[in-house]
Design a protein around this ligand. Structure first.
Ligand code: SF4
Length: 361
């Protein structure tokens, strides 16, 4: 395994590696070299973010979706989903509770719900910004037009998450009926162009996904240079066409998180709820492999279970304050400190009017 360690050292030093080198790591890494990889990724993360982990308040504000991604539990064609939308007032209530709990980033996530027109969304964004000017707003509402993205940015949205899901066109097209890979990628570049802090990302363990596809994902994020990269294991949902698929593992996802950290040292990398769903210590393991963001839930508890992207999603019954406390405990127990600041990308200075970073614990 000396060869693998040598490749990891080269990647650490150059913050890049050939596709062949990445492929060799993915295909042949063993448990000892994986530990070495995680240590190097953590070392790299510490150079930019020390021992801190950012917390974001997640508001899942609509589970309506016009799309039909084959892996997704809330896809439009799943008639068993109990659909909901939060009103503007309910969203503002979530922010109020989140602000009191110390959150300074709100992540508004939803399906591609035509109800939320530009007028409605921009009104909500402006209202949040008027009340909480020191907070960042992250949107995650799928593919929209350039004009729409521009309007959302103009209203005050700071960041936009749009996982590319897979950088393999064939795999992407097979999993996304009615959607186009080229459009997905174009949306990401448009968001960058408009000045959003952009989040791309992908799933690990998709049916028919190969190691080469994963290398393509890593190459894509290295080229795009997104500020955020969400990487999670694919977890099958029984009410989807992929029911019965095997899904991804925590171990292979951790390797991709660590490789992403070494390729994009300043990236904001979430430790995902999906990791915690597969392994009670999954989120702590991701932090130790270079992740530096967690997104506890601020959505009202009565809608949590309805936002089931994958099976057996955890934390659906917990109050916002409980989630905040639970995650903070996990962060500390893994040896990190909670940072309740806005948590911008390390290349971005804190905007005028934002409070200084608060470190807890
Ligand atoms: S992954 Fe997103 S766009 Fe696709 S069906 Fe689910 S919520 Fe809709």
């Amino acid at each position: 395994m000396e060869k693998i360690k040598g490749l990891i050292d080269t990647l650490y030093l150059n913050e890049d590696l050939s596709d062949e080198g990445l492929l060799e790591i993915i295909e042949t890494i063993d448990a000892t070299s994986a530990e070495y990889l995680f240590d190097k990724a953590l070392e790299k993360k510490a150079k930019h973010y020390k021992d801190t982990v950012f917390m974001r308040g997640l508001i899942e504000f609509t589970n309506y979706c016009k799309q039909n991604c084959s892996y997704c539990g809330i896809r439009g064609k799943n008639s068993k989903v109990d659909r909901y939308r939060l009103s503007k007032e309910m969203i503002l209530d979530c922010c109020e509770e989140g602000y009191a709990l110390g959150y300074r980033t709100f992540v508004m996530q939803g399906g591609e719900d035509p109800f939320f027109t530009d007028d409605i969304l921009t009104d909500i964004i402006r209202s949040i910004k008027a009340r909480y000017p020191d907070c960042a707003i992250t949107l995650s509402v799928g593919e929209r037009s350039r004009e729409s993205y521009a309007a959302l940015k103009e209203a005050g949205a700071d960041r936009y998450l749009l996982r590319h899901e897979t950088a393999s066109k064939a795999l992407y097209d097979a999993l996304h009926p009615g959607m186009r890979f080229e459009n997905r990628i174009a949306c990401l570049y448009t968001l960058k162009d408009l000045g959003f802090q952009v989040g791309a990302g992908f799933m690990v363990g998709l049916p028919n996904q190969t190691s080469k596809d994963l290398v393509a994902d890593l190459r894509f994020i290295k080229t795009l240079q997104p500020e955020m990269v969400g990487i999670g294991p694919y977890i099958p949902h029984e009410e989807t066409p992929l029911n019965g698929a095997k899904g991804g593992t925590v171990e292979e996802t951790l390797i991709m998180v660590a490789l992403a950290r070494l390729l994009l040292p300043m990236a904001l990398l979430p430790s995902t709820t999906a990791m915690g769903t597969l392994d009670p210590k999954g989120r702590e393991k991701a932090l130790k492999a270079g992740a530096n963001v967690v997104m506890p839930n601020l959505s009202p508890t009565d809608v949590r279970e309805k936002y089931e992207l994958y099976k057996d999603k955890i934390c659906t019954g917990d109050e916002a304050a409980h989630c905040r406390q639970c995650i903070e405990g996990r962060i500390k127990s893994a040896g990190f400190r909670v940072d309740m600041g806005r948590g911008d990308h390390a290349s971005i200075s804190i905007p005028e009017g934002a409070k200084p970073i608060q470190i807890i614990g």
